[in-house]
Design a protein around this ligand. Sequence first.
Ligand SMILES: Nc1ncnc2c1ncn2[C@@H]1O[C@H](COP(=O)(O)OP(=O)(O)OP(=O)(O)O)[C@@H](O)[C@H]1O
Ligand SMILES: [Mg+2]
Length: 340
Amino acid sequence: MFGVDIGIDLGTANILVFVKGKGVVIQEPSVVAMNLDTNKICAIGEEARQMIGRTPGNIKAIRPLSEGVIADYEVTRQILEFFIAKAVGHRRLFKPRVVVCVPSGVTGVEKRAVLEATTQAAAKDVYIISEPMAAAIGCGIDISAPSGNMIVDIGGGTTDIAVISLGGEVVSQSLRIGGSHLEEAIGRHVKRVYNIAIGERTAEQIKIEIGTAYPREERKMNIRGRDLVTGLPCTVELSSHSVYQSLEEPIHNIIDVIISVLEVTPPELAADIVNQGMILTGGGALLDGLADLILEKTHVPVHIAEDPLTCVARGTGEVLKMLDKLRDGAILTSRSTFKA
Ligand SMILES: Nc1ncnc2c1ncn2[C@@H]1O[C@H](COP(=O)(O)OP(=O)(O)OP(=O)(O)O)[C@@H](O)[C@H]1O
Ligand SMILES: [Mg+2]
């Protein structure tokens, strides 16, 4: 075996690379810093993320994947090239085979863009798998069993919900609401209530530290931003109850879609799901109280996957082991089986 096989979770918020035999070797934010004078990328990943909101006029930090799909094709290709090289080395004689995941709701054009960008970025054969399918495999679910399994993957830009049985998605929905929308809601709230402008990174910190979907005891946090009246830097104390008010609406939108998926799930599969519970994956699964709220609203048991941020990448890793068996089937799409 000369080539190496790798799995990529091409997410809106994070890119993860799994190398067969090694595990997840790269886990970095999907951000690049562009020099607008030269139109060249000057930093990728964590280094670029540090620059968000802190760049001079000629440098811009951008997220080339928006809502789970390729918004900037050329930059995405360069990111893939960079991380594939970082994961397997530059001067390999044999190009790797790559399994890459996309959100379940993508259009044919978007799928084609991922196929092409990955192939151009240095891969020999590229196979696409849907994100909830990879997440389910990463959670250790036997997707080929005649049993209903429900996956809710809450990422940075999208929430993918799917009921899987016998190796296929029986029902699926992709909703373009994810963690970044919760941050935007927090930013708008702080601006409206306190007249303070905060950056994207501060909003994420607030979400992770005191954000909640199910308010219980009150937690507090000091936040820094710019007072919009005086124009000066300032600090205010923010409470979890206040943050909750801003999160309520986007979270309920997500739960409404979970309920609508349950409503159209065939009865036998619905019975399996009530027995086994649904599984939450993606970084959004870590939001405080979310599992409790979903249980309360749906009456279905809810499990948070182990290490939800790496579930999809580990799933692509499992697929690599079965690549020769799976590549002609319905789970993977390649250039030769692609239908627009
Ligand atoms: N402890 C936490 N509480 C709440 N949200 C969190 C937590 N940790 C991470 N997140 C959020 O999870 C999101 C990233 O999750 P993930 O890496 O699964 O997304 P992604 O796969 O890149 O996105 P997508 O699947 O939509 O393309 C970010 O919005 C991040 O703020
Ligand atoms: Mg994801």
